[in-house]
Write a new protein. Structure first.
Length: 148
């Protein structure tokens, strides 16, 4: 499925932290998403081992999880957004590689709470981290819709 250019711009350019880390949207389909982050000296967490910082890994998983949730919602709900309620990340291997791909799938949709499962692999296909998260879909009329 081709990614809507507006969605790509929001994810990659309008969210300052995503832009700082260089997160790139790879694919989006209903209930699934994938993103990429390239290794960069600025993202090193252990300068001796030269591995990706755990916070970058967690951010990639959290962001791709949120996008998979958004992909299941109607446009008006998407504009109100989702927020992370709880997230668990298991770091399985050091973050070594030229680039990393995070994928997510909605495992339990709900009207307000949505559960996802995420994973991250390196350019060699090695599983670096796995995660699960619960996101809250904003349903409040007082929630300010995003301007897109």
């Amino acid at each position: 499925m081709e990614i809507n250019p507006v969605v790509r711009e929001i994810v990659e350019q309008r969210v300052p932290f995503n832009k700082l880390l260089g997160l790139k949207l790879e694919s989006v389909e209903r209930g699934k998403a994938s993103m990429r982050v390239d290794f960069d000296e600025k993202l090193i967490g252990n300068f001796v081992a030269r591995i990706l910082h755990g916070g970058v890994i967690a951010t990639l998983l959290d962001t791709v999880g949120g996008i998979s949730v958004l992909s299941t919602l109607e446009l008006e709900q998407q504009r109100r957004g989702v927020g992370t309620v709880d997230m668990r990340v298991d770091f399985l291997r050091p973050g070594k590689g030229q680039y990393f791909i995070g994928t997510s799938e909605v495992i339990r949709p709900g009207r307000i709470l949505v559960s996802t499962r995420m994973d991250m692999v390196n350019d060699q296909g090695e599983l670096i981290a796995i995660g699960q998260a619960i996101y809250r879909v904003s349903t409040s009329e007082s929630a300010k819709p995003m301007n897109v």
